[in-house]
Design a protein around this ligand. Structure first.
Ligand code: UD1
Ligand code: CA
Length: 459
């Protein structure tokens, strides 16, 4: 269910698209669901900002049902009646509870089947149950449930119950829809609460049971910013724990932000305050030093990332050294054993095996071969005000410091460029190119100046 607005977030974005662990709430729920049943049997109920929500998760292959207007969680299921007509059982998941695992969904499904229940509620025992619906069991030892009461309708005694409704349920489809029209919107929000189905089915002598999640954190829902941050921390913590278990060292994991889909090889060391995001992959035996932000970047084995680097959609081959303070923009490919150093920015640029660009450079739209030395302060002038052009620097070239390469331009194999050159024309193989004004020396010039000033009585 993903049709609600999420009023409590005070956001212009729909709640289920708010991110935890680096991806939207709803994407987590869909990922769990599609590990239990095929995507074509998963229906996302969308309504508020339906198109945005649909686009954000369309690639998962799930189907969509529109709920417009949104008149509550019970109403959301009423709207899905036709979609569900071909099924015996349905599992309902709330799009704002992203920590649910496939194992727990499977356990709920099996428990529901074994009990032959009309409705099975997944519950959680929380130390602070504030805000959640409370589950009223027949008695403390029984599986059977009398009702769910929402926080706003709960009596002080009911508020003391710590067992909460997670919003994950299994229903027998025919029995659900036989009674769903009995839901009323006679409550604090004037909505049809799906939770009322528990009491309605009970009254109709149907079996309603509850099963508690083993890990109570799994049922946490994100209605407020504070809850979203708490869920995010759970995800990050769990991610770091898995990586530690798999042989990755993470110093001060509580300072690192590592997204759910990131992969890191054994014997890699992650220093404090590092972010590794999106679908980044880091090989083994790497060291990622502090304050780097790495997004959608592939890093091979044995790479050293020195402090303060920013990388997006880039590729670094093995044993390369990057940083400190390097910025790899999308399309940067750093070859095996290559070095990119202090304050070097690359964009859509390939730096070949063993090549070095160690200081203060901008390399954009450049194809740089192997064993090239790019001197300090080298700039590729890739933009003429209208279009981008390519700079090609072939194998073994030496580019002197403070060179500007006005693209399109090619420097052929083994050539040498004198420092401070402005290179506008292609440079042939093994040649020397110097493109700067020749130095002028005027001997005695300063001495004459001083003497002239002394004569005029100035010091
Ligand atoms: C709900 C439960 C509460 C439970 C809690 C668990 C109800 C009435 N209450 O409360 O017992 O403890 O979840 O997190 O169900 N949605 C729709 N269409 C609507 C309304 C909501 O699709 O018309 C979706 C929302 O997008 C959301 C989910 O249903 O993903 C839950 O709705 P929400 O308003 O967050 O319910 P809670 O107040 O958290
Ligand atoms: Ca909620």
């Amino acid at each position: 269910m993903a049709a609600g607005k999420g009023t409590r977030l005070k956001s212009k974005h729909p709640k289920v698209l708010h991110e935890v662990g680096g991806k939207p709430l709803l994407a987590h729920v869909i990922a769990a669901a599609t590990q239990v049943v095929p995507a074509q049997d998963v229906y996302a109920i969308i309504g508020h900002e339906a198109e945005r929500v649909r686009q954000a998760v369309a690639s998962s292959g799930v189907k969509f049902v529109e709920q417009k207007p949104q008149k509550g969680t019970g109403h959301a299921l009423m709207v899905a009646r036709d979609a569900l007509s071909g099924y015996d059982q349905v599992i309902v998941l709330y799009g704002d509870a992203p920590l649910i695992t496939p194992a727990t969904i499977t356990h709920l499904r099996d428990f529901h089947a074994a009990k032959r229940a009309a409705m099975t509620i997944l519950t959680g025992r929380l130390s602070d149950p504030t805000g959640y619906g409370r589950v009223l069991r027949k008695n403390s030892k029984s599986d059977e449930v009398q009702a769910i009461v929402e926080e706003k309708a709960a009596t002080p005694a009911q508020k003391k119950i710590h067992e909460i409704n997670s919003g994950t349920y299994a229903f027998a489809v025919a029995r659900l829809f036989r009674h769903i029209d009995k839901l009323s919107a006679d409550n604090a929000h004037a909505e049809f609460y799906l939770t009322d189905m528990a009491a309605i089915l009970r009254k109709a002598k149907e079996r309603v049971v509850a099963v508690a999640a083993t890990d109570p954190n799994e049922v946490l829902g994100g209605n407020t910013r504070a809850e979203l941050v708490e869920i995010d921390q759970h995800l990050r913590f769990a991610k770091c724990q898995r990586l530690l278990h798999d042989g990755v060292t993470i110093f001060y994991p509580q300072t690192c932000v590592i997204d759910a889909d990131v992969m890191i090889g054994a014997d890699t060391v992650i220093e404090p305050f590092v972010q590794i995001l999106g679908n980044s992959r880091v090989g083994s035996d790497c060291r990622i030093r502090s304050y780097s932000v790495i997004r959608n970047t592939i890093i091979a084995d044995g790479v050293l990332v020195l402090p303060g680097c920013i990388m997006d959609d880039s590729h670094i081959e093995k044993n390369a050294v990057v940083g400190p303070y390097s910025r790899l923009r999308p399309g940067s490919e750093i070859g095996e054993g290559a070095h990119v150093g202090n304050f070097v920015e690359t964009k859509k640029t390939r730096l070949g095996k063993g090549s070095k660009a160690n200081h203060l450079s901008y390399l954009g739209d450049a194809e740089i071969g192997e064993g090239v030395n790019v001197g300090a302060g080298t700039i590729t002038c890739n933009y003429d005000g209208l279009q981008k052009h390519t700079t090609v620097i072939e194998d073994g070239v030496f580019v002197g410091s403070d060179t500007t390469l006005v693209a399109p331009v090619r420097v052929a194999k083994g050539a040498y460029i004198g420092a401070a050159s402005c290179i506008t024309d292609d440079v042939p193989e093994d040649s020397l190119a110097i493109g700067r004004a020749r130095q002028i020396v005027k001997e005695g010039w300063m001495k004459q100046k001083r003497e002239a000033r002394a004569k005029a009585g100035k010091t």
